[in-house]
Design a protein around this ligand. Structure first.
Ligand code: RIB
Ligand code: CA
Length: 310
């Protein structure tokens, strides 16, 4: 059964690979992209989302622009030092041909869920502001989605934007806490697994041999992302596989080991954005979610390569 998905995204270098992967996977029907601030400004990520559906001829996939700022906290540092001011590695890509939908991302999400009850999977791979807005506008969507599979959070390893916080959660902690306590079927693909999936320079060089639009874009935009990973983690040109790992979960969930636990988000102070699990199942004030704690990294990488080099 082909899975209808909406990718909520802040493209964004790894978002670009994730979107190409999803569009190249016949198991998935991408019924829309919704864009959000995060790796770059909201107006930038929206245009990048349009560029990405056009990259390999998926122009008919609608793109709805969403929030430019978090629900409550002020808009802080964007991820431009990792993804470039243009969200595309400062490669200054040509403008997209297409136009954005004339609807806010949250309205689009609600409309698609209500017109396909029980059939839509939400795939947030950026800050969760649009998803939280959709929840606030129409709480009834909780019972109408197939699943929410998000890239974000960290339970067993340090943060990547603060000592304890993962970037997507950190950028809008109030939104993340709303989404994680909503009670819908939710899978959290966090740093616990995405930092175990390394795209090495050798792996990337193999992918670049495909010489297709998706892999050529990766070759162009990845250097800044490799530089960040080397400077911050000392990876010498290798990179973590964040957003594409969430797409692989949709394709092959058996490659991930999950546990059920209630997760809340710290929304203020020095630990803002920290995702905290109630592993004793004693203090959770909310339904449990599935968190990915282990991954068969080699198989994830093999699947990504198989789809990108086709
Ligand atoms: O922490 C990694 C996440 O933050 C990824 O979604 C990346 O694109 C950035 O948004
Ligand atoms: Ca992202």
């Amino acid at each position: 059964m082909v899975k209808k998905i909406i990718i909520d995204t802040d493209p964004g270098i790894d978002d670009a690979t994730a979107i190409s992967l999803a569009l190249r996977s016949p198991e998935l029907e991408v019924i829309g992209l919704t864009s959000v601030f995060g790796n770059a400004k909201g107006e930038v990520t929206a245009q990048n989302a349009l560029r990405l559906v056009e990259l390999e001829g998926h122009d008919s996939v609608p793109v709805a622009r969403g929030s430019d700022v978090p629900l409550i906290i002020p808009l802080e540092a964007l991820g431009t030092m990792v993804h470039g001011e243009d969200g595309m590695g400062n490669t200054n890509p040509p403008p997209p041909k297409g136009k954005l939908l004339d609807a806010h991302a949250a309205e689009f999400i609600i409309q698609m869920i209500r017109s396909n009850p029980g059939k839509v999977t939400l795939v947030p791979i950026g800050p969760l502001t649009n998803i939280a807005l959709a929840l606030k506008l129409d709480p009834g969507i909780v019972g109408l989605v197939d699943e929410v599979v998000l890239m974000g959070g960290t339970l067993s390893c340090p943060g990547n934007i603060s000592p304890v916080a993962e970037a997507n959660i950190y950028h809008d902690p109030h939104a993340a806490d709303l989404v994680l306590r909503a009670g819908w079927p939710l899978v959290m693909v966090g740093l616990d697994v995405t930092q175990e999936v390394f795209m090495t320079r050798a792996y990337l060089d193999e992918i670049y041999q495909a010489d297709n639009p998706a892999t050529n874009l990766m070759r162009k935009i990845l250097p800044i992302y490799q530089k960040f990973h080397d400077g911050f983690f000392g990876l010498g040109g290798d990179i973590h596989t964040h957003d594409p790992s969430a797409i692989v979960y949709l394709l092959a969930p058996h490659l991930f080991h999950t546990q059920s636990v209630a997760v809340f988000v710290e929304t203020e102070g020095r630990c803002m954005g920290q995702t905290v699990a109630d592993w004793h199942h004693q203090w959770g004030d909310r339904p449990e979610v599935k968190v990915c704690m282990n991954v068969q990294a080699n198989e994830v990488l093999a699947l990504i390569k198989e789809r990108l080099v086709k």
